[in-house]
Design a protein around this ligand. Structure first.
Ligand SMILES: [Fe+2]
Ligand SMILES: [Fe+2]
Length: 185
């Protein structure tokens, strides 16, 4: 039911293909880590799906109607749990909501990294995740001009908070991005 509700909210609030792709990719990574840490797949996938729910419709990042505050009020009105809401608030450093749970730490760790890996896949000769490797990703990581908007410090900090070695974290997320999107029919 939670997943059905999340899908419905994504369908009604997300306007752009880019945002939908991002949400699905983050959810793929969350699904992977739910298995990895033996957690509840539905809760973790849903957190990935809804974390940027309001991104297409918000114009700024201040409460109450900026990102992710507007999304959080939509989630509250739809009965989403405090743990999901805390994780969504925690994915944006500027909310100053601490990432306490593994769910929140994982969302933070996969949010920017999945975007970075998506950018890497686009410049890879094969244009897909199948042939993407850690070494290829690290070359792009060390190119300052590549995906300038993605802070390398945030990528490293995410893995550190999650207590997963950075190489393993990158490889986990590459594997995740190769997997089926079973949660989005
Ligand atoms: Fe966000
Ligand atoms: Fe995001």
């Amino acid at each position: 039911m939670l997943l059905a509700k999340a899908r419905e909210l994504v369908r009604s609030h997300v306007k752009s293909d880019n945002l939908l792709r991002h949400l699905l990719q983050v959810a793929q990574c969350m699904n992977y880590y739910a298995n990895f840490f033996h957690q509840n797949n539905e809760e973790w996938v849903v957190t990935g799906l809804v974390h940027d729910l309001d991104y297409d419709t918000t114009k700024h990042t201040n409460p109450p109607d900026g990102h992710p505050y507007l999304g959080v009020s939509i989630l509250k009105n739809n009965g989403f749990s405090d743990s999901i809401i805390e994780a969504v608030l925690g994915h944006a450093d500027y909310t100053n909501v601490q990432r306490v749970t593994q769910l929140a730490k994982c969302l933070y760790a996969v949010d920017e990294l999945s975007g970075f890996l998506n950018a890497c896949s686009r410049v890879h000769p094969s244009r897909n995740f199948e042939d993407l490797t850690f070494d290829f990703v690290m070359k792009r990581f060390n190119e300052k001009s590549f995906s300038k908007g993605i802070s390398r410090d945030v990528l490293l900090r995410g893995a550190e908070e999650l207590e997963v070695d950075f190489r393993q974290h990158v490889e986990n997320c590459i594997n995740a991005l190769r997997s089926d999107i079973w949660f989005w029919p």
